[in-house]
Design a binder for this molecule. Structure first.
Ligand code: HEC
Length: 177
């Protein structure tokens, strides 16, 4: 078990930097994140929306199949209903919320085991100022963004955040032996 655990951690640490997400800086050549003070143009908004959606999903799926790992994000206030947490995910998110409430700045990564002993790696995703453009107070959203979000995610729960809050978790489950 210990050996498998170490292998899991090593592979996870190796792949996490490759996992794209809407919160990570794009490699050069890609459109840049808007500066905190600048409103994104409609073209940029489209780009970010796609980045948060299709592009990252496709890449996560292809990385995942290579490594026999299922990579996803979960949140207890999901924008996309597919990112709804399972019961183990919820336990981790709730434990982190408690740690944050007791004054911790950022909870540590954890590995938890499912009933069938499959290991699942979790890393917290915290909000920063830049995230509030799409996850903050909806009354501050540009009209274009608000319309697109409403259309693509009618059940969106992922708004109303402030900086420094727990937005969710990266979740990596290894099914390969
Ligand atoms: C330009 C808009 C935009 C910005 C800025 C943005 N997000 Fe998102 N975020 C989205 C969209 C759209 C989704 C839904 C993606 C999907 O369909 O899986 C999303 C989904 C997520 C999810 C998956 C859980 C869920 O709610 O479905 C997490 C976690 C997340 N964002 C964290 C962040 C963090 C952290 C930041 C800042 C560092 C950030 N986002 C900035 C648009 C954005």
């Amino acid at each position: 078990m210990m050996k498998k655990h170490n292998l899991l951690l090593a592979s996870t640490v190796a792949i996490l930097p490759l996992v794209p997400s809407c919160e990570e800086k794009q490699p050069s050549g890609q459109p840049e994140e808007p500066k905190a003070a600048e409103a994104p143009t409609p073209a940029q908004e489209n780009e970010y929306l796609q980045r948060g959606d299709k592009a990252s999903k496709a890449l996560m799926a292809s990385l995942g199949s290579k490594l026999k790992a299922a990579i996803s994000r979960v949140s207890n206030k999901p924008r996309n209903p597919k990112n709804q947490p399972g019961s183990l995910d919820q336990e981790v998110l709730t434990a982190w919320e408690k740690q944050l409430a007791s004054g911790e700045a950022k909870p540590a990564d954890v590995v938890r085991y499912k009933e069938d002993q499959t290991a699942v790696f979790y890393r917290p995703i915290m909000t920063q100022g830049i995230c509030l453009k799409c996850h903050g107070d909806p009354s501050t959203f540009s009209e274009g963004l608000a319309t697109k979000l409403k259309k693509a995610y009618p059940g969106d729960k992922a708004t109303g955040y402030r900086a420094g809050q727990l937005r969710g978790a990266f979740r990596v489950e290894f099914s390969g032996e």
